[in-house]
Design a protein around this ligand. Structure first.
Ligand SMILES: [Zn+2]
Length: 260
């Protein structure tokens, strides 16, 4: 997973506030094309892709992160590294949600080595920070067969967000338990289902798709104190690979088979 750190660094260099995501698309689209069967930009400017693994008879999973950052990236700032941490010399870092994108890309590169044998769909969305406009513009017909939507846009590490506060559940409780089980199986038993804030998971859940929002390794997002831990990013990649491996082994309907 060496590439994750350098790709995250590249993504952090790109200034792309809400509505101006084109430079992120320009950077990441050719990399997606290397690994996915189809990559395209939808009518709203969301960057989408999909790939079938193995027989393709397993579950369909959506991986998603948002391409925009909030305003506040200083044009002349430097992205600095200390140990496994990236931070900004001034202003916000913008790892919310470039870290989520780097994690999704690392999953794509490593998924072929797992038992996953379904279809992977990838959605890098626009304008999450100004009201989830990109995810709300996605074609619902494209999402109809998605069994679980995995959004990677939560601060910190080891959080499996399964609801927006106590306002909107994102999924059946068995889905959070399935992710916790995958965490235990890959040596990270402290991944826990928790309540969280607003993310594109709110959108996918509103379509009736079982959804979660996973930690992306950044902290203090939207402030000058923001930083991101490369180690935490890699741990999220490992969790998602474990989830998809287990989903491949259990097959379609796996979300209903979680063991408590
Ligand atoms: Zn975010």
């Amino acid at each position: 997973m060496k590439k994750l750190a350098s790709e995250l660094y590249d993504l952090l260099q790109i200034i792309a506030p809400s509505g101006k995501e084109e430079r992120v698309v320009h950077y990441i689209k050719p990399k997606m094309e290397k690994w996915l069967d189809h990559v395209w930009i939808d009518h709203y400017g969301n960057l989408l892709g999909e790939r079938q693994y193995g027989t393709g008879t397993g579950p369909t999973i959506l991986l998603s992160a948002h391409m925009d950052s909030v305003d506040g990236v200083e044009p002349d700032r430097e992205v600095l590294r200390e140990g496994d941490i990236y931070y900004s010399s001034a202003g916000i870092l913008g790892a919310d949600d470039r870290a989520g994108m780097a994690i999704v890309m690392a999953v794509i590169r490593n998924l072929g080595a797992t038992a996953f044998n379904g279809k992977l769909k990838v959605a890098f969305t626009r304008e999450e920070e100004i009201g989830r406009r990109g995810s709300q513009a996605l074609d619902m017909a494209w999402l109809h067969d998605v069994e679980v939507a995995i959004v990677v846009d939560r601060r910190g590490n080891r959080d499996i967000v399964t609801s927006f506060a106590d306002v909107q559940p994102f999924c059946h409780p068995s889905v959070g338990q399935f992710f916790e089980e995958a965490g235990r199986m890959c040596g990270m038993p402290d991944w826990k289902a928790v309540r969280g804030g607003i993310s594109d998971a709110c959108t996918f859940a509103s379509y009736g798709i079982n959804s979660v929002n996973l930690s992306a390794g950044y902290q203090y997002e939207h402030t000058w104190d923001e930083f991101v831990s490369i180690t935490s990013c890699k741990e999220t990649v490992q969790l998602i690979l474990a989830v998809l491996d287990l989903a491949g082994k259990r097959g379609v309907g796996f979300v209903n088979q979680a063991q408590v």
